[in-house]
Design a protein around this ligand. Structure first.
Ligand code: NOJ
Ligand code: CA
Length: 564
């Protein structure tokens, strides 16, 4: 008997050790049954721009490792590293030429392993970017594919005859400008590329492609990766009959006709593939985050899948497209996402869009508004995905001259489309010449705002945007209502203040966000739930509560624990 219970104990110990190694084949929910990714705060790192350890002007993996203490102190649980794999860098890593290695400019596989080990010691998980829709035109699969019509990998990409001399197979337009088809004289056929011509689309209808790509995920899971952000997953499949897309009125910023991407975007086949990819992820307790540009909740629900068998975290980009500080608009969006069939994901900035600091800021109150937005999306029911520099109030700084543009879409689309360099500038670590990012001039210039908005100075200032982020994240981490509580909208007719309660069993937190430039006072009637006072957990400036009467300074935030 004694022997048997010792044996059971040993088994349990082994199981928990496997779980801790990140390779647990079973799901590992916390004590209350929540999977790890529901409580985690994710943080996107654009590796070229985060920290440069060898002073060549480009960020790298050792640079990221050197900032793990900072990330831990900030309150981050998982970092999503944008592509760091070998790549000709036509689209700065989103053109992958080898999925199972690290680009020398970012380091080596040994550096990755060291980063993963160190991150684990810090309690930080690593999520990699999986570029599923296309490879680089320099990937060995594509080089073989284009070499002859009968090559082993010919059908791994989408090759078709043109409609006649100089005429592509159909009217589909590339997201990066021009036709989505490129003629290749080696075999006298066109290949399809939704993005740049150097990013040929994989043919996911070919089972060999699926197998090879699924194996890539296994390879990284076994190396300790906790999940993937799936790039451009909407465009995985296209109509095999190549129907022309309907043409809409007007032209886009590249001068191409507007089109409805009816036949090459969000085809139903994508869901079957996601279900299979999810099965692999589940074997490793991993999370799949989707770059999913859904236009409504019905589309979002499709990405969760029936019974949540597709993506755990399809990104909801609603907050990145509505740029107005309007309580009514937010209420509507939050309620919609809250009613979706899966766990919400909130994003306000990333490497493809103008930073939230500028989108919502009015100029004079940008810092207050940055705190307001943090007070909002870090207290909603869902998983937030932060973007590096957001926590210090980094602003978008686009190039002012065409010759300085690095982003391919900025070079093609200038001046209407200036590209995405402005939101990819180096992280501002201090006020020195290169922002503490590097000792040499970085690949993109450090914006002048590094003098006023940087980690070193803001760490010392209790009123800084950075201190506010840290405070909110600290409160969130320890507060069950903020982690798991339901979302209850309050004062729904208020045009200036967005307020809500997060309620979990007998606990609740009140959040009040003043979206106006005037002070506001609110008298909350919470008698139905029995709460009579709110004790401040985090608040900006003079914002505070007396009983359940909350006063907010202009653009003020109040987050308070409710008591009976
Ligand atoms: C989405 C990525 O976020 C973007 O940066 C990239 O250019 C395209 N996908 C193509 O991979
Ligand atoms: Ca470097």
């Amino acid at each position: 008997m004694q022997c048997r219970s010792t044996w059971i104990l040993i088994c349990l110990l082994c199981l928990s050790l496997v779980a801790a190694s990140g390779q647990n084949p079973t799901k590992a929910p916390d004590a209350e049954g929540y999977p790890w990714w529901q409580h985690a705060v994710f943080y996107e790192i654009y590796p070229r721009s985060f920290a440069d350890s060898n002073n060549d002007g480009i960020g790298d993996l050792k640079g990221i490792a050197s900032k793990l203490d900072y990330l831990k102190d900030l309150g981050v649980d998982a970092i999503w590293i944008s592509p760091c794999f070998p790549s000709p860098q036509v689209d700065f890593g989103y053109d992958v030429s080898d999925y199972e290695n690290i680009d020398p400019m970012y380091g080596t596989l040994a550096d990755f392993d060291a980063l993963a080990a160190d991150a684990k010691k810090h309690g930080i998980r690593i999520i990699l970017d999986f570029v599923v829709n296309h490879t680089s035109d320099q990937h060995k699969w594509f080089l073989d594919s284009k070499s002859s019509r009968t090559s082993e990998h010919r059908d791994w990409y989408i090759w078709r005859d043109g409609k006649g001399p100089g005429k592509p197979p159909n009217n589909w337009i590339s997201d990066f400008g021009g036709s989505a088809w490129k003629f290749d004289s080696t075999t006298n056929q066109y290949y399809y590329h939704y993005f740049a011509a150097e990013q040929p689309d994989l043919n996911w209808r070919n089972p060999a492609v699926k197998d090879a790509m699924f194996d890539v995920t296994r390879w990284w899971y076994k190396r300790g990766v906790s999940g993937f952000r799936l790039d451009a997953v909407d465009t995985l499949y296209e109509d095999p009959n190549l129907h022309d897309n309907p043409v809409l009125p007007g032209k886009n910023d590249f001068g191409d006709p507007n089109e409805e991407n009816k036949y090459n975007d969000k085809l139903p086949e994508v869901h079957e593939t996601l279900r299979e990819l999810r099965k692999v992820a589940d074997e490793y307790n991993a999370v799949l985050i989707g770059e999913t540009w859904t236009s409504d909740i019905a589309e979002l629900n499709q990405y969760y899948g029936h019974g949540n068998n597709e993506l755990q975290l399809p990104m909801d980009f609603l907050f990145t497209t509505v740029n107005k500080l309007s309580p009514a608009d937010f209420r509507k969006q939050i309620a919609a996402v809250d009613s979706a069939s899966g766990w919400p994901t909130f994003v306000i900035s990333n490497h493809d869009i103008v930073r939230s600091y500028d989108r919502y800021g009015d100029g004079p109150h940008n810092d207050q508004i940055a705190k307001l937005m943090a007070g909002l999306y870090l207290t909603l029911r869902g998983t937030p995905i932060m973007y590096y520099g957001e926590e210090i109030g980094m602003k978008t700084t686009p190039p002012t001259r065409k010759e300085d543009v690095k982003d391919p879409i900025g070079r093609t689309g200038w001046p209407k489309e200036k590209g995405r360099d402005g939101e990819r500038t180096p992280m501002q670590w201090d006020a020195s010449e290169n922002g503490g990012f590097s000792t040499v001039a970085p690949w993109l210039p450090v914006p002048p705002s590094a003098k006023t908005h940087n980690v070193a100075d803001e760490s010392k200032d209790p009123d800084s945007v950075l201190s506010f982020y840290k405070n909110v994240l600290k409160v969130r981490r320890a507060n069950r209502a903020l982690l798991d509580g339901s979302y209850v909208a309050l004062n729904e007719n208020d045009q200036n203040v967005l307020s809500y309660m997060r309620a979990y069993k007998d606990q609740a937190v009140l959040v009040a966000l003043n979206m106006s430039g005037a002070p506001q006072t609110l008298n909350f009637d919470l008698s139905k739930s029995g709460f009579t006072s709110a004790k401040s957990l985090v608040a900006t400036g003079k914002s505070g509560a007396n009983g359940t009467v909350v006063t907010l300074e202009p653009y003020g935030v109040f987050i308070g624990q409710l008591a009976k």
